[in-house]
Design a protein around this ligand. Sequence first.
Ligand code: MEV
Length: 326
Amino acid sequence: MGESTEEVSAPGQVFLFGEHAVVYGQPALATAINVRTDVSGEILDGPKFEVVSEKVGHVEGNIEKKNGKWIISDKGGDVEELSFVTKVTELTFNHVQNARGLKLHIESGLPLGSGLGSSSAVTTATAAAVSSILDEDLEREEIAQLAFDAEIEIQGAASRTGVNVATYGGFLRVLEDERKKLEELSELGLIIGYTGKYANTGELVAGVRARREEKPEIINPMIETIGNITDTGIKALKKDELEKIGVLINANQNLLEGLGVSSPELRTLIKATRDSGAIGAKLTGAGGGGCMIALSPNNREDIVEAIEDENGKAIKAKVGAEGLRY
Ligand code: MEV
């Protein structure tokens, strides 16, 4: 495309099973949702870098080459909040060995720190937008790798789930570097409940790591059991065994409680939706606030009401959505 770009976007996501355990080599099942982050941009005259994000704020800086590497220097504005964007832009410049002054615009329907993969969506869409503005055709693999490298640099430990779902969409079974797209799981009565509370993924992942180091004999078997739940859940999904999926979702939630990543707000929404007929409910993503999901094939309106009565925000998102558009 070159010079400017339009219509680059990446989806948010929910974990049906396996968050946190996936960081320790267990499988997870995640799916893209039809709530997306759009990144557009254009070339600037000088070696300047600018990002404007509707929700988050803005950053300005200079683009320069130092010791053979492109960097964005003298950054000002909401630098920390937009660190994923700046980092992946630098990584993309260095990957394609080309940089120009540019301005990026970000718009997202995904609440920040909500457990719906907002950082993976923005990081993936930014890598695609920057390469497109520079007229470099990158493969999906390359974009996912750039986004993953940025997540690791900014957040520390992360699995590839986030960037893989943002890039490839659909339903993905993720196991370390492997990913398998599952086509046949498209109809699920899932409702997302947002607690409204910001959750810091890096800190939550670090918390589990610390607990695991302190008590490996307790935490490791829990992590392994989550992996077994993921694979049993995938089999149940393929056979449409909804009651069984509900039981597995609830079991996964109990283990996430045990890992110390649930929160009072999540417990309230989980209980309210189960009391209103959800056959399974669990937190999704990093936990500590953010979002939960409720599986309810029939009475979706009751579930929405239960979430809203507890001051949560209900999102009737479609699952199995399209990945990166660029
Ligand atoms: C966060 O969205 C999901 C975690 O499993 C971390 C990760 O997979 O990178 C908690």
